[in-house]
Design a protein around this ligand. Structure first.
Ligand code: PEP
Ligand code: MG
Length: 317
């Protein structure tokens, strides 16, 4: 079994009909990049940077963040490293911050928090641009819902670059900028985001929560948290199709991407980039190598047109 896994790690993620798929890793701490490399990941698809900020009484400095991001970039040896800016609030809170929002999941979280706290955001952006001097860094913005937030982020990145210029600090301003698609509004009205951004990453964990109005952490309604709901799948399909038309890469980085029972369905939706926990990578690759992408696309599209539930068993073989 070990030899089989090694073979699989070095094998390409190609479907039977020759569609090449990118398989990337989700990480929460810089050390986990080693595991991503061991699993043969094509890059880091999601580095949840908030874990550098949690479980401590002070904020990490620009320097500390720079060291953490640069160490991941070095470990990945030229493979793209997608670092999500601080996604704090709701299920992830900073120590000493008291949740006062009436409804934290709909409150001042993630990019909203960062734009309301420009000094915290600026320090993170400077650290990211500095890390980009060591290899390909992609900046990923969580919980975007408005185009004006994209414009504000671009301004903040320009300002961070100017400040580093003034300090004569080595950095690279030419980082790719992308957004998480995890609020239904942007999945529905996706075109301007495709146009304005370099890439997209679909966060199905939150996209399901907000589409179905089911708190992702509430066990009383966990049975209604349904990744296969046709409305959820239509939002994913719409996003993938729009990105494809606009020539921009799109990934799924929510839990669905690492669930090998859903690999065929996601291929059927046209997905070519999956990001997941490193331990799930080889099982997903195995499924990809046994799948016929074109046949799956036809089956999945016809079910979605009728808003029918997709029976995963019907996609096998
Ligand atoms: C998501 O929402 O799907 C996601 C990948 O981010 P997180 O689980 O950290 O909210
Ligand atoms: Mg999320």
């Amino acid at each position: 079994a070990r030899a089989e896994l090694t073979l699989l790690r070095d094998a390409e993620a190609l479907t039977l009909d020759g569609v090449a798929v990118k398989l990337e890793a989700n990480i929460e701490l810089p050390e986990e990049a080693e595991e991503a490399m061991r699993a043969g990941a094509d890059g880091i698809g999601l580095f949840r940077s908030e874990f550098l900020f949690m479980g401590r009484s002070s904020l990490p400095t620009e320097e500390e963040q720079y060291q953490a991001y640069a160490s991941v970039v070095r470990t990945m040896q030229g493979r793209p490293v997608t670092i999500r800016t601080l996604d704090i609030g709701a299920d992830k809170t900073l120590d000493g911050e008291i949740a006062v929002a009436t409804n934290p999941a709909l409150g001042l979280r993630a990019i909203r928090y960062c734009l309301a706290n420009p000094e915290i955001f600026a320090a993170q952006l400077r650290a990211l641009l500095r890390a980009a001097a060591h290899g390909p860094v992609r900046i990923l913005i969580p919980m975007i819902s408005h185009m004006h937030e994209v414009r504000a982020v671009k301004q903040a990145i320009i300002a961070a670059g100017r400040e580093l210029d003034a300090r004569n600090e080595p950095h690279d301003k030419n980082v790719a900028l992308g957004a998480m698609v995890e609020i239904p509004a942007i999945a529905i009205a996706i075109e301007p985001f495709v146009e304005a951004l370099d890439f997209l990453s679909i966060g199905t964990n939150d996209l399901i929560q907000y589409t179905l109005a089911i708190d992702r952490g509430d066990s009383d309604v966990a049975d209604l948290y349904d990744p296969m709901h046709p409305a959820v799948l239509r939002l994913i399909a719409h996003t993938i199709n729009a990105a494809e038309r606009g020539g921009k890469p799109v990934a799924v980085c929510g839990e669905m991407a690492g669930d090998s029972s859903m690999t065929r369905m996601l291929l059927g939706l046209g997905l070519k980039e999956f990001s997941m926990h490193p331990q799930q990578l080889l099982d997903v690759k195995k499924e990809i190598r046994l799948a016929h992408s074109n046949a799956l696309r036809v089956k999945v599209a016809s079910a979605l047109n009728r808003a029918e539930r997709i029976d995963l068993a019907s996609l096998e073989g």
